[in-house]
Write a protein that binds this ligand. Structure first.
Ligand code: NAD
Ligand code: DAU
Length: 355
């Protein structure tokens, strides 16, 4: 079996669902269920004996030791993290706690567990750490995309905490020989994306008749990958990646934020038109920029393509259409995640931004 952490969040849940759609290998899913963790994402697995959900913290050494001893996983995939840049600006503490201290505790528990394995079990064991392109910092307009050798230059508390966790993972390989793999992926989008992030926020706000808040001039560039393509890349790295290596994951799909928002509006105009016949674009409002806002990310995924033969299945056009359709078909999921805590976050993040 494999152990997944953070498997009730956006990417983790997509990963668990895809894994069990393609394999009968059991998944133990350790997730503390923060505001971003949602059992409803995994509802289709209710009663499925191949999915063992455990509510717990990657920073809890006792829980980790018990889980590892009991289930003896052949691999661990670490998705668990605080993941939203704006939240890290308002309050970095949780990011330090989970992304740095939590990853450290997880590594310690895994080091102990792996140290006691023998033979093939020890040889074949893998710890796969899920990281982000944000650790590389921001690119100027004409700079080449991030390769795995790009220097680390994290700019937000979120990316700094992810960078710290990457360094710990690297050190545990270098010092103790722990068989680690690290992936650094670009921006994901798709089903179950929590509506604090750009694409789901725009869909949800548009349908609710609310403003579509674009930070600064809206010309910042992100490199977008459909979440299921991220999951297929992770499966491929787990299967064939070389121990100690880093693999960048991306879809060669750079777009300015304002273009993303226009695309979302155009799809909604087509699939769920406003009753007054006007375009959702009329709801766009430019608001005060994110402090320290990174201008451009771009991933060079050629190592993964060349060495492991991975390619994304979706283009941006097919992926974004599927995504908008998913939100239109899953409005009860949207309603259920818009709790009081969600509304308090929206108020905190947007009320102080002048238009
Ligand atoms: P998310 O915020 O949607 O989900 C995070 C999950 O981790 C939640 O289920 C949460 O409950 C759980 N969690 C948080 N703290 C925990 C703890 N201490 N112990 C156990 N579980 C905990 O995040 P996501 O967007 O799915 O991102 C998953 C991973 O992928 C993160 O490591 C993130 O840095 C990385 N990543 C995300 C993107 C993206 O575009 N979303 C891109 C590249 C990399
Ligand atoms: O690059 C990978 C990263 O992508 C991941 O590591 C993070 O976990 C993930 O959250 C994401 O970070 P970003 O900051 O790029 O994503 P976000 O969706 O928050 O913002 C995308 C862009 O849209 C960014 O330039 C900020 C802008 N934006 C965002 C929001 C929420 C807006 O203009 N308005 C908004 O309301």
């Amino acid at each position: 079996m494999i152990l997944v952490t953070g498997g009730a969040g956006f990417i983790g849940a997509n990963f668990v669902l895809d894994w069990l759609a393609q394999s009968n290998e059991t998944v133990v899913n350790l997730d503390v269920l923060t505001y971003a963790g949602n059992r409803e994402n995994l509802a289709t697995l209710d009663g499925d004996p191949r999915h063992i959900f455990v509510q717990g913290d990657i920073g809890d050494s006792a829980v980790l030791a018990d889980l590892l001893t009991r289930h003896q996983p052949r691999a661990i995939i670490n998705f668990a993290a605080e993941s939203h840049v704006d939240r890290s600006i308002h309050g970095p503490e949780d990011f330090i706690q989970t992304n740095i201290v939590g990853t450290f505790r997880l590594l310690e528990a895994v080091r102990d567990y792996w140290g006691k394995l023998h033979g093939d079990a020890k040889q074949d064991f893998r710890f796969l750490h899920i990281s982000t392109d944000e650790v590389y910092g921001s690119l100027a307009k004409d700079e080449p995309a991030f390769t795995e050798n790009h220097r680390y230059q994290p700019n937000s508390p979120y990316s700094a905490s992810k960078a710290a966790s990457d360094h710990l993972v690297r050190a545990y390989h270098h010092t103790y020989g722990l068989p680690v793999l690290t992936t650094n992926c670009s921006n994901n989008y798709g089903p179950y994306h929590f509506p604090e992030k750009l694409i789901p926020l725009m869909i949800v706000n548009a349908l609710a008749g609310k403003p579509l808040p674009v930070y600064g001039d809206g010309r910042q560039i992100r490199d977008w990958l459909y979440v299921k393509d991220h999951c297929s890349a992770i499966r491929r790295v787990l299967e064939a990646g070389s121990v100690g290596e880093i693999y960048n994951i991306g879809g060669w799909n750079e777009k300015p934020n304002i273009d993303i928002v226009h695309t979302v509006c155009a799809l909604l105009d087509e699939l769920s038109a406003r009753l007054d016949g006007h375009s959702y674009r009329e709801q766009i409002v430019y608001v005060t920029d994110r402090p320290g806002h990174d201008r451009r990310y771009a991933i060079d995924a050629s190592k993964l393509e060349r060495e492991l033969g991975w390619k994304p299945a979706e283009t941006f056009d097919t992926g974004i259409r599927k995504t908008v359709q998913w939100y239109l078909q899953n409005q009860s999921w949207v309603a259920n995640v818009q709790s009081g805590a969600y509304r308090a976050w929206v108020e905190k993040n947007y009320s102080g931004r002048s238009a």
